[in-house]
Ligand binder design. Structure first.
Ligand code: EPZ
Length: 430
């Protein structure tokens, strides 16, 4: 299994091109199931999760093509891909494919809307929490679906003539359930109102894609989405937004090591709450025409308390990285994780660097130290793994991060991007 070796202590200086957002690319790919015409996506990141979803979509009959780089286009630019679901040949998403990636459960929305039936394996729990699917099932039932659980599968059937528009009021904000009901509603008969919808930029990216495919959606970017169902959707060409979590991750890395980094293509408005928090730590952030500049000189890192929240709040997907930064702050800070009940697995690993963190329920208390020391570490999820890389960049001496397949699920060319900015980082094969 590949590992990453790094020697900490170098400042980060230079430019990093931000890749397309994993969490937008995945639902955009799934949206291709809604039409028998091709959906062309630009700026798709090269990630293990994208590859895994390709396998799942191919199993449903989607033809997938990756196009070559255009003349003059920079190396490292995201992929241009076509997803063509001319015929859905199978409405079952099997356990061995769905269990590897939770987002693949979301195919249930478009399959049910277009084919009036779907059989999708329950995704199960995962390292960061139990992650139930009750909100999905509630929403689909409101649209008229009949749902049974059979041998670990959700078996869903639409009424004769297809799903029917309805008001879906989520008791809790869910990104995945919002994506799924939004997609399902585009082909339902009549009007669907989704209340307490997630407002993440990735939802907006998908909603705008659906509109480009002929869907009628209003309230995009707000807590209430209204969808007037249409008979058919057509093909479209859509760009994947830049990854706000990758942006925040590199911003926190630069805040921790010190230095000056331009995050090219970043959209600051997609992570304003995280940038506000970083500014309070003493990091200077400047919006520039082609991205976001992050700068910190030799001054100390000020401690800041943070609660994770749905967008526009501080993202749970940046919690681990921010905790890494706080381990070297000049005082005591607290983080409250409100989205997932078990998203503190990085705490024990950060302790290997000498970090002082205690957890009591949802709240982690971090007492900053002037210096971390490199260590052998591993993590059990994507964002936790990258928090260990950030800690390693600032720690004294050598760090080896094991089990980096988690990183490959969500970070494109991580070690290349960091080493171009002066980090001593390499991948060890095997
Ligand atoms: C999305 O997951 C992201 N994944 C996650 O990123 C992210 O952490 C999360 O949203 C929150 O922002 C993708 O976009 C592919 P949720 P999702 O449904 O949709 C509970 C990463 O590292 N819930 O918004 O699965 C759930 O347990 C990943 O890139 C129910 O109770 O998250 C959680 O407590 C990890 N019932 C809360 O809602 C349900 O039916 C929010 O989860 C569904 C969710």
């Amino acid at each position: 299994m590949d590992r990453i070796r790094l020697v900490g202590g170098n400042e980060l200086n230079g430019e990093i091109a931000i890749s397309g957002a994993k969490n937008a690319a995945l639902p955009l790919m799934i949206a291709s199931l809604l039409s028998d015409e091709p959906l062309v996506l630009h700026n798709v990141p090269r990630l293990a999760d994208v590859k895994q979803l390709e396998r799942i979509l191919e199993n449903h009959g989607v033809d997938i093509a990756v196009h070559g780089r255009r003349r003059g286009e920079e190396e490292g630019v995201g992929q241009r891909m076509t997803f063509h679901a001319a015929d859905i040949v199978d409405t079952t998403a099997p356990y061995d494919l769905v269990s590897k990636m939770r987002a693949s459960f979301w195919v249930i929305g478009p399959l049910l809307a277009r084919c009036h039936e779907a059989r999708v394996s329950l995704p199960g729990g995962c390292a960061i929490g139990t992650r139930p699917v009750d909100l999905f099932l509630y929403g689909l039932k409101e649209l008229g679906a009949e749902i049974d659980i059979d041998e670990g599968y959700v078996v869903a059937r639409a009424p004769k003539g297809g799903l029917v528009g309805a008001t879906v009021t989520f008791p809790k904000v869910s990104v995945g359930a919002t994506h799924t009901i939004l997609m399902a509603a585009t082909l339902a008969r009549g009007i669907t109102v989704i209340e307490n919808a997630a407002q993440e930029p990735e939802i907006t990216n998908v909603a705008e894609c659906l509109v480009a495919m002929g869907a009628k959606i209003s309230g995009i970017g707000t807590r209430t989405l209204t969808v007037e169902g249409v008979e058919k959707l057509h093909g479209a060409t859509v760009e994947v937004i830049p990854d706000r979590i990758e942006t925040g991750t590199f911003a926190m890395a630069a805040a921790m090591t010190g230095g000056d980094v331009l995050l090219k293509g970043a959209r600051p408005e997609h992570l304003q709450s995280a940038l506000d928090v970083l500014a309070r730590t003493g990091t200077t952030l400047t919006s520039e025409a082609n991205g976001l500049r992050v700068h910190r000189n030799g001054n100390g890192i000020r401690p800041v308390d943070v609660d994770t929240d749905p967008f526009p709040g501080f993202p749970t997907d940046l919690q681990a990285q921010f905790m890494a930064l706080m381990t070297m702050s000049d005082g005591v800070s607290q983080i409250r994780e409100t989205i997932f009940e078990n998203r503190y697995m990085h705490v024990a690993e950060l302790a290997r660097f000498g970090a002082d963190i205690s957890v009591n329920g949802q709240v982690a208390t971090i007492t900053g130290k002037p210096q971390l020391k490199g260590a052998q570490v591993m993590a059990t999820d994507l964002r936790a793994s990258v928090s260990l890389v950030i800690a390693g960049l600032a720690a004294k001496g050598e760090t080896v991060v094991n089990r980096i397949y988690h990183l490959d699920r969500g970070f494109e060319r991580l070690e290349d991007k960091l080493s171009r900015c002066g980090a001593e980082i390499e991948r060890l094969a095997g």
